[in-house]
Structures are given as structure tokens and as C-alpha cells.
Unconditional design. Structure first.
Length: 385
């Protein structure tokens, strides 16, 4: 095997460089297939995501389709699919998950050409398998699924659907609905962030490097992501084609409780902190979502006093960005615009990021201080800072 086909990653524990003997394409991933949330009331959650975020009805399974254990509503907007699942019975794995975590991400499903190979390659490298390759079929064809465990109670599901033409998966039927508010312009999942316990970030970075062939795209330490009171550290892991990016956050020592500690306390362990979704017109998207009732973090007005000097010329009107609370940052490839919602449930856990990239490949490092001060202000209101 030539070194051109190897991934160079850092052995974080010992601070040395290693070449892991694995090809970049041993786990080719086409993209995010779907994200499944376990929720207390899937019917009502689906109404919220349709109304506030502009998702459309796609598919359904439940009592009417012969599923006696749970119901799932599938929503779609461009390349994004959300699955919202609620159990029918109090004594079930799904019910226990909701009791412990509240509404939250259970499955991050990855679209692959060969789910069996993906499962075998990851488990032989140390991943814990939780669902061996399983073929599901109906009149529309077949789908192969397999799953491995990642941080907390979160799973990665490998989905192979090249021989399937149905609406979503076998067992689902098309969800016909008369209520389908228009799109807010969301296009695809840009990245998904995991919060893990203190001292475990490097462990999970190594997990993605060794078992899934990911590389460390960028590292942020507590000097990059800190305020007067709190700090965190983060490593961004990415697959070979860059379509899947998983920042992994852990708390760092600070004077007060960080947002990561707050999340872990209320979620009951490690989990997915936020889903970043991309748009081609963030002004339209945020304006529409605000009109529909989505609440965003407040960015101090003083942030905009110096942002122009820091990021240089941009196509957008800075006054409009200020009125909407949209932040801007620049790297050597261009600039990006981003904004963060408040948590989308009562526990201060899962939230969404709306992002528009104008060439930039980074994650808004220049906005970290303002963002964290906004989050701390919310924590102070909740009495959890």
C-alpha cells in the first residue's frame, strides 16, 4: 500500500505522529442518509419542524403500517431527512432513552454503497457493533442496514439503498399531508457536533481515525474557545471526501460551568449537541424562520462594530445581518455566515446552526467569543452558569 493511500492522524495520547495502515476509501460515505431523533411526541414534533423549519412530509410507519412498537414520521427538505420516533409502550428501549435524555439524536445514518463492508471494516478496527448487516425488503426493493456505537447512546447506522426505489425504507408508507408549509431554504447537513465528557475527546477522535478512517481536520483548544468564565476544546473529524464532518467537544477548566457541562448534565451523558444545516441564502432562511417562531441566540450589537474590519468586504448588507443576528467570519478560502438557534426543547440540549459558506471551509473561529458570551447569557438566565 502506498503512502498516498494512507491517512496521517495524530496519536493524541502520546503526542507522536502515526500512519494508520488503512486506505482513505476503506469506508466510502456518500453523505448523511438521515438523522433520527427519539422524541416524546413525534406527531407534534413533526408539526413543529414543518411549521418552523420548513420541512415537508415524506414517510410514516406506525400502527397503520403494522408497527406495534413505535411510530416514526419522516420529514425532508432538499437533501436533509429527519426521522422523529416515539414509542407506544412505556417499557421499551426508546422510552428509556427519552426518559434519560429527553428529545435528542439517537441515530446518525450514513449513506454507503456497501453496508456489510462498512460494518465489517469498522468492527474489525474496534467499533462495537449493535446491529449486524440486516436486509429489509418490500415491493420496492431491498435496503441493507448495519449499526455501530459511538459516543454516549448515539449510533451510526450504515444504509445501503442502491437496490431500493421506495419512498424511504421498507416498512414505511408515503405520508400524505395537506399541511406542508414552504421551504425555508435549508439544503443539507454541513456538520454535526458531539459533546463528550471531560478527558474523552481524544479517545473519540482516535475512534473516528482508527475505526472509520477519518482525519483530524482542525483542532481548537481552550485558548481558541473561551471567555472570561468558560472554555472548551474541540477536534473536527472528517471523512475522506469531506462530506461528513464531526466536531467533538469536551469541557475545559473555567471559572463557571461551560455549555458542554450543562449539556451533559441535562442530557444525561454524551450526545449530539447541534446539527448545522446549510443554506444558499441565510438572510432569507433566518428571516423566514424568525417569522415562523424560531428563537435564535442574541448577538451583542457591539459585535458588529468591528466585524467589518475583521472580515473585510462581503456581499451582504451588514445592517441586515445585524438586525437578524447573523455572524460573519473569514478564512483563507473565503467567508461564512452563521447563526445558532436556542435549544429546540425544554432541556438546554439540542440546537441547530444555520450556515452559509462563501468559500470558507472553517467553523467560525472568529465568532467563538461572541457566540459563547451569548450562550453564557442564556445559561445565566437558566441559573446553570
Amino acid at each position: 500500500m502506498s503512502t498516498a493511500n494512507l491517512i496521517e492522524v495524530k496519536d493524541y495520547e502520546y503526542g507522536t505522529q502515526k500512519i494508520f495502515e488503512q486506505a482513505q476509501d476503506f469506508l466510502p460515505i456518500n453523505g448523511t442518509d438521515y438523522v433520527e431523533l427519539y422524541v416524546g411526541n413525534a406527531k407534534q414534533a413533526a408539526h413543529f419542524y414543518k411549521t418552523a423549519f420548513g420541512f415537508q412530509s415524506l414517510a410514516y410507519c406506525g400502527l397503520e403500517t403494522g408497527n406495534r412498537e413505535y411510530c416514526s414520521y419522516v420529514l425532508v427538505q432538499d437533501k436533509i431527512r429527519l426521522v422523529l420516533t416515539t414509542p407506544y409502550k412505556a417499557q421499551s428501549e426508546i422510552a428509556e432513552h427519552i426518559k434519560k435524555h429527553g428529545d435528542g439524536v439517537k441515530v446518525i445514518a450514513l449513506w454507503v454503497d456497501d453496508a456489510t463492508s462498512a460494518y465489517e471494516e469498522t468492527t474489525k478496527r474496534g467499533a462495537e457493533g449493535v446491529m449486524a448487516p440486516t436486509t429489509m425488503s418490500d415491493k420496492w426493493g431491498k435496503v441493507v442496514k448495519a449499526a455501530i456505537k459511538t459516543y454516549g447512546d448515539t449510533l451510526h447506522m450504515f444504509v445501503e439503498r442502491k437496490d431500493y426505489t421506495g419512498v424511504f425504507l421498507p416498512g414505511f408508507e408515503k405520508w400524505e399531508s395537506e399541511y406542508n408549509p414552504g421551504s425555508t431554504g435549508l439544503r443539507y447537513i454541513d456538520h454535526m457536533v458531539g459533546n463528550v465528557e471531560l478527558g474523552t475527546m481524544n479517545e473519540w477522535a482516535r475512534f473516528y481515525a482508527t475505526t472509520m478512517g477519518f482525519a483530524n481536520l482542525i483542532t481548537f483548544d481552550d485558548k481558541d474557545i473561551s471567555t472570561q468564565y468558560t472554555a472548551l476544546m474541540s477536534k473536527v473529524m472528517t471523512n475522506g471526501n469531506g462530506r461528513i464532518k464531526f466536531p467533538i467537544n469536551e469541557p475545559a477548566e473555567g471559572l463557571k460551568k461551560s455549555q458542554i457541562e450543562e449539556y451533559i448534565d441535562f442530557y444525561g451523558g454524551a450526545g449530539c449537541q447541534h446539527i448545522a444545516v446549510a443554506t444558499n441564502d441565510i438572510v432569507f432562511t433566518v428571516s423566514e424562520m424568525r417569522r415562523r417562531g424560531v428563537e435564535f441566540l442574541h448577538v451583542p450589537g457591539t459585535y458588529y462594530d468591528t466585524v467589518g474590519n475583521r472580515v473585510g468586504e462581503i456581499a451582504e448588507d451588514l445592517a441586515i445581518l445585524k438586525s437578524l443576528g447573523i455572524m460573519v467570519d473569514r478564512d483563507e478560502d473565503g467567508y461564512l455566515l452563521q447563526i445558532f438557534t436556542k435549544p429546540v426543547e425544554d432541556r438546554p440540549t439540542l440546537f441547530f446552526e444555520i450556515i452559509q459558506r462563501k468559500g470558507a471551509k472553517s467553523f467560525g473561529k472568529g465568532n467563538f467569543k461572541a457566540l459563547f458570551e451569548s450562550i453564557e447569557a442564556e445559561q445565566a438566565r437558566r441559573g446553570t452558569l
